[in-house]
Design a protein around this ligand. Structure first.
Ligand SMILES: Nc1ncnc2c1ncn2[C@@H]1O[C@H](C[S@+](CC[C@H]([NH3+])C(=O)[O-])CC(=O)[O-])[C@@H](O)[C@H]1O
Ligand SMILES: O=C(O)C(=O)Cc1ccccc1
Length: 235
């Protein structure tokens, strides 16, 4: 279904409710520049580290697109676990996983409340940005502690620039991108307002610091388009 959530006047903050979930795949494809390419790269980098029966978590799995694609592309059998606290998203995830014949354990929980023991890979594309600072650092430390030796954490985030001129230009470039995807100025500004204080982006440097402070030995940006970045961290 096509995303028309912000065509009408919205008074509430952005939420991953039934309305958003019903158009979510379209929303992500049209709102995150190079979403498919970023997903392809996350999966390729992940596959290179994975072995038979490895445990993989996706934090904020939404409709489970990434885990389904991972299982299609990886030659090994994997234990796939998707976590999200939106029932509307997980209902769709369950239907999609069934339709694609992929076995995924779906857990409806807050990311802070789950134990991620013995993971080889933890994925989290465009989800940490919704976790409040301090809690975010705590979660990343938990991710580090849960990974096996040489385990990897792949995550993507909307980022900001510490240079105000570049930051403004990045926002302008992003809005131009959204216009090319068919969103009107009204929809763009409505969504921006709804995301205020809900989506809290860090700079690329703050993300890297958070990762290294948690104990990871390496952090690399494997993809970046203006203010959207994908990182790989190695324990
Ligand atoms: N505290 C939380 N606990 C659990 N889930 C949460 C929490 N906060 C947010 N979520 C969940 O995180 C997901 C973020 S979307 C991820 C896209 C996906 N990774 C994809 O590549 O398809 C990104 C976006 O919409 O920008 C939503 O499904 C929320 O319900
Ligand atoms: O759409 C936006 O304005 C964004 O900032 C990115 C985004 C994409 C999908 C859900 C939430 C935020």
């Amino acid at each position: 279904m096509v995303d028309k959530v912000f065509e009408k006047s919205i008074i509430k903050q952005f939420e991953f409710d039934e309305e958003v979930a019903s158009v979510f795949d379209d929303m992500l494809n049209r709102s995150v520049p190079f979403y498919k390419e970023m997903q392809r790269l996350s999966i390729n980098f992940a596959c290179n580290f994975l072995e038979e029966n490895d445990k993989v978590y996706d934090l904020g799995c939404s409709t489970a697109s990434t885990l389904i694609e991972l299982s299609k592309h990886c030659e090994h059998n994997l234990e796939l676990i998707g976590i999200d606290n939106s029932s509307a998203m997980l209902n769709r995830a369950a239907k999609k996983a069934k339709a694609f014949g992929v076995d995924i354990e779906l857990i409806n929980a807050d990311l802070h409340d789950v134990e991620y023991a013995n993971a080889k890979l933890i994925l989290s594309n465009y989800t940490l940005q919704f976790i409040r600072p301090l809690q975010r650092e705590k979660l990343v430390k938990k991710v580090f502690d849960s990974l096996k030796e040489e385990g990897i954490f792949i995550f993507s985030e909307k980022v900001i620039s510490s240079n105000s001129k570049l930051n403004k230009q990045s926002i302008d470039e992003y809005y131009e991108f959204k216009k090319t995807q068919g969103y009107s100025e009204f929809e763009i500004s409505q969504k921006r307002e709804a995301l205020e204080n809900v989506l809290i982006p860090y700079t690329e440097e703050e993300n890297r610091k958070m990762i290294l402070d948690a104990g990871f030995s390496h952090c690399e940006t494997i993809f970046k388009w203006v203010n959207f970045a994908t990182f790989i961290a190695i324990k």
